[in-house]
Ligand binder design. Structure first.
Ligand code: PLP
Length: 241
């Protein structure tokens, strides 16, 4: 078997295992597994691996750097096999990179401040488009994490929801690494905040983007609708717990 075939069968088997675990976690929470989407975070692999992952069944990818997103799209977008495949922007977005992202991704997960929301909205308006976005919230309050504080999100929600160039579809958070209890508290906090923001904005805010390789099952138990999985999808050295 060639290396490529070996990697392809790894991707296939791993994907089946991940989907099974998402299914089981959804069942434990009494939720339909169909309510949970999984994004393959391709930031550490190249376009070739994305194509192999597509063949293994992945249809949605996440990138965290605009330049890398552009490189992957240039390499892949025209391929017939990539028709209907979605790319999301999940990483920190600098204002001078907004134009590299809008119109090219399905969802921007990382609207981390009111200022950024306004800037994205303005640039989308200028292009005559509306971008679907999530508000990134620093639920755990770690100094190292970006995003709205929960209080800032409450205060900004109505204004941000009314911006004409963006459509706020929900919220996103990252949990503290390596602590399952803190992860659970982060995800349930995000779910509760989404409820409050729904009441404030009148928007459905149906998307809860949370859960990564180390904590996606906990995230699904706590209501995640979109898990963002990098290492567990692509890294053969990563062992699922
Ligand atoms: C890298 C990254 C992920 C995926 O993390 P893994 O632990 O590799 O699954 C998810 N979300 C964001 C924002 C990331 O930057």
């Amino acid at each position: 078997m060639s290396d490529e075939q070996g990697y392809e069968s790894f991707l296939l088997a791993r994907r089946a295992e991940i989907l099974e675990r998402i299914d089981a976690a959804a069942r434990r929470a009494g939720r339909p597994a169909a309510d949970v989407e999984a994004l393959a975070v391709s930031k550490t692999v190249g376009a070739d691996e994305v194509l192999l992952a597509r063949r293994a069944g992945w249809r949605a990818f996440g990138e965290n750097r605009p330049q890398e997103l552009g490189r992957k799209l240039e390499a892949l977008a025209a391929l017939p096999e990539m028709a209907g495949v979605r790319f999301d922007m999940i990483g920190n977005l600098q204002k001078n990179k907004i134009n590299q992202v809008i119109g090219r991704v399905t969802l921007i997960h990382s609207i981390s401040s009111e200022h950024l929301a306004e800037a994205v909205s303005t640039r989308c308006e200028a292009r005559g488009i509306v971008a679907d976005v999530l508000l990134e919230v620093n639920v755990s309050g770690e100094a190292s994490k970006s995003g709205f504080s929960p209080d800032e999100a409450r205060a900004a929600a109505e204004h941000v929801a009314a911006l004409p160039g963006i459509s706020v579809r929900g919220v996103m958070a990252m949990a503290p690494a390596g602590d399952a209890d803190a992860a659970r508290a982060t995800f349930s906090g995000l779910r509760e905040l989404a409820c409050e923001l729904r009441a404030r904005t009148g928007l459905p805010l149906e998307t809860l983007s949370c859960g990564m390789s180390d904590d996606f099952e906990v995230a699904v138990e706590e209501g995640s609708t979109l898990v963002r999985l990098g290492r567990c999808v692509f890294d053969q050295g990563y062992a699922l717990k």
